[in-house]
Design a protein around this ligand. Structure first.
Ligand SMILES: [Zn+2]
Length: 397
């Protein structure tokens, strides 16, 4: 694909929700609309997800599908099921994706699923035993997209790798993948996670490719470096596009012109009443780290754990504890809805309309849960870029 960087793409946070149609326009420019239309017309997936939290993969798929309808009506995905153990996430999945996708089953615990011996499992949406394997229609491919538990591999976690307590989840996940009818696999994880580990688990029946991506590459003013691994069954699927995953992603690059401050878009919020210790921490930040305009007050700067916006002024990578990113200009913390918007997850009706995907139903989730959602989320445009590449490149043998 063309190597020149796309002109500036996003000038406001509302703009960032247009990612799907802008990516498609870019592909049409690089390859011609006929090629794009022809490829999209063959895109027909059954999508099952695993550990995608409040539905980051679902959001990416729905946005892309709706944007792609302009070129090839009726193409895209049928969302079949989600595996998610977090109860608060389940509530969001149930209320957000229910009306448009009444077929999305919700299964709870991957360590209790055994596809070799089991055909059904208790479903949280339909309150009965539902089929675990989506029944592929003619020409359809069953898909599975996920962000496996990353704590054992991340810098922030204890880096216990296969000795960590989440390892059983990995073992269950891959043994189920091998037994499943799914022929394509997409994985997102922290950059320390290695393709070699997936290769070892899946064996020679699968081909893998991977790429690293950060939302900043796509023009978003937030940091979240991740590795994306795509796998497919050698006997069923071929990579037929004239580009590699990494060069496709490279062609979607765009310059960042916004900064962390743009994420404080809820203009009518009151200033935060800081606790005495937070106020003390803020004063210490001002003296010791005056460069931070958006210090993270959950981190004590006196203990040398100062954290704030990135060197290029972007929002730092959100974690499940990043609840107190303080704007010195607005004199308040980043709101959980603003944190979620850094992943292009729609939290307002307007954002949902621009992205053509459902607004997250968050009414039942407390603030702590919402921060956890944001800390665990995948960047929807990053997922979307990989998904689009696969939709265009992968075809049945
Ligand atoms: Zn069900």
């Amino acid at each position: 694909m063309a190597r020149d960087v796309d002109p500036v793409r996003f000038r406001s946070i509302a703009d960032t929700y247009k990612w799907a149609s802008l990516f498609l326009e870019r592909v049409a420019t690089c390859f011609g609309q006929d090629w794009l239309t022809q490829r999209l017309a063959r895109w027909s997936w059954n999508l099952s997800t695993c550990f995608t939290g409040v539905g980051c993969a679902e959001q990416a798929a729905i946005s892309l599908q709706n944007a792609a309808a302009k070129y090839a009506p009726g193409c895209g995905v049928a969302i079949k099921s989600a595996i998610e153990i977090d109860k608060a996430c389940q509530d969001v999945l149930l209320s957000t994706y229910g009306p448009e996708h009444p077929g999305q089953c919700i299964f709870e615990d991957i360590t209790k699923i055994d596809l070799v011996h089991q055909r059904t499992c208790y479903c949280q949406r339909h309150h009965k035993m539902c089929e675990l394997q989506p029944q592929s229609g003619e020409g359809n491919m069953a898909e599975w997209l996920q962000g496996p538990v990353c704590i054992d591999y991340s810098m922030m976690g204890k880096r216990q790798g296969q000795h960590g307590k989440y390892h059983q989840t990995h073992v269950s996940y891959f043994s189920n993948m091998k037994a499943s009818k799914n022929s394509i696999l997409l994985i997102e994880n922290v950059t320390e996670y290695e393709e070699a580990l997936v290769k070892k688990e899946l064996g020679p029946a699968w081909t893998l490719v991977s790429t690293r991506m950060d939302p900043r590459c796509l023009g978003l003013p937030c940091s979240r470096a991740r590795v994306f691994i795509v796998g497919w069954k050698v006997q069923e699927i071929r990579w037929t596009a004239p580009f590699a995953l990494s060069s496709f992603v490279g062609a979607l690059c765009s310059k960042v012109v916004m900064n962390a401050g743009d994420y404080y878009w809820m203009k009518s919020l009151p200033q935060t009443m800081l606790t005495p210790s937070a106020a003390d921490n803020l004063e210490a930040y001002k003296k010791m780290y005056p460069k931070f305009k958006y210090p993270d007050l959950t981190q004590s700067c006196k203990n040398g754990r100062a954290r704030g916006e990135t060197k290029d002024g972007c929002l730092p990578t959100l974690t499940t504890h990043t609840g107190q990113l303080y704007s010195q200009e607005m004199k308040r913390y980043l709101h959980p809805h603003e944190a979620l918007s850094s992943h292009c997850l729609p939290v307002t009706a307007k954002q949902a309309k621009i992205s053509s995907s459902p607004k997250l139903e968050l009414e039942d989730a407390c603030k702590t849960a919402q921060i956890r959602f944001a800390g665990n989320a995948m960047s929807v445009p990053c997922v979307g870029a990989v998904l689009l590449c696969c939709a265009l490149a992968l075809q049945k043998v």
